[in-house]
Design a protein around this ligand. Structure first.
Ligand SMILES: [Mg+2]
Length: 318
């Protein structure tokens, strides 16, 4: 049988469109639906992904410098390599530039930010393209290699759910910016310069992670994708979510563009394993729930009582 084994996606308009595209591609489609495409090249697994950042949709030029826009777009794309446990090799960038103000100088600034993010990941800018465009566009294709690839689809009943870092800052920053407020320096840095968790992703792969996804659309939405791909129920305890100061766990559950990792680990992964991981990877990891047999969905509880989980970011309608 040659039918492709696409990952199951969660409910939603964006994912209905993807399902239609997968079906229309038919045999022209590879295995679609994960954070990265994984292909074998002479015995090495190569990881590939592409992520577009568009002015007015993903960023505003009055909220971020052009250098920050370049960093953020690149970090978002590199985060998909982190989510499969890959090491970054390089990026290819398509820049869309409007025919206005100082677009040429701004393009160089965007690329300075791209360069910083790529250098921090130990990778290179390998190529790209330029086009005229109504809005600034930074489209980032990433390539890496991976020793032990972790997909979204490998979680097993009984695995425990862990999350890196602290959640909620990007959502809080967005709410403040939309209200016309200035951001405190710590919050602004977290929003403008997110860090792709490449070292953490690689380490978690080596430690036996069974499934992993980066949090781009919000913990709740991305947990639903992991549940759909792994065909099991995910349970998350609200009171266990590590939250940015002043952010509620419900808001942290909905906050997108976090670029932290949600990971399923066998129950043998202990608190002392977590401490060792934090020392090695430079980021905390917290146990927030578990994987259970059942319909592919997310169940959120607060001290044992069920609570409604927020919907995710819809890239097509918001
Ligand atoms: Mg992703």
């Amino acid at each position: 049988v040659t039918s492709p084994r696409h990952l199951s996606l969660a409910a939603g308009n964006e994912f209905d469109l993807l399902r239609s595209i997968f079906a229309r591609l038919g045999p022209a489609a590879g295995v679609l639906g994960d954070d990265c495409a994984l292909i074998d090249v002479g015995g090495t697994t190569v990881a590939l992904s592409i992520d577009a950042s568009l002015e007015g949709v993903h960023f505003r030029t009055d909220w971020l410098s052009f250098e920050e826009i370049g960093w953020r777009a690149t970090a978002a794309a590199l985060s998909d390599l982190a989510a499969v446990g890959a090491t970054a090799t390089g990026v290819l960038i398509t820049l869309g530039l409007p025919d206005r103000d100082r677009a040429v100088g701004n393009a160089v600034e965007i690329m300075a930010g791209v360069g910083s993010a790529v250098a921090a990941a130990g990778a290179k800018v390998l190529g790209g393209d330029l086009t005229r465009s109504d809005h600034y566009l930074v489209d980032v294709a990433v390539v890496g290699t991976v020793e032990r690839a972790v997909t979204r689809g490998g979680a097993r009943p009984g695995d425990e759910l862990w999350v890196t870092g602290v959640l909620g800052a990007p959502g809080a920053a967005l709410r403040a910016l939309e209200a016309g407020q200035r951001l405190a320096p710590g919050l602004r840095h977290r929003f403008a310069k997110p860090e792709p968790r490449l070292v953490a992703g690689r380490r978690l792969g080596a430690l036996g992670a069974t499934a992993m996804i980066d949090i781009s659309d919000g913990l709740a939405a991305d947990a639903r994708q992991l549940a759909a791909a792994s065909a099991l129920t995910l349970e998350i305890a609200l009171e266990r979510i590590p939250c940015w100061p002043g952010v509620s766990a419900i808001d942290a559950l909905a906050s997108g563009e976090e670029y932290e990792l949600l990971v399923a680990l066998p129950p043998t992964f202990s608190g002392s394993d977590a401490s060792r991981f934090t020392a090695e990877a430079g980021v905390a990891i917290a146990r927030i729930g578990r994987c259970a047999t059942g319909s592919p969905e997310l169940r959120v509880t607060e001290r044992g009582r069920p609570v409604a989980a927020p919907a995710g970011w819809d890239h097509l309608t918001r």
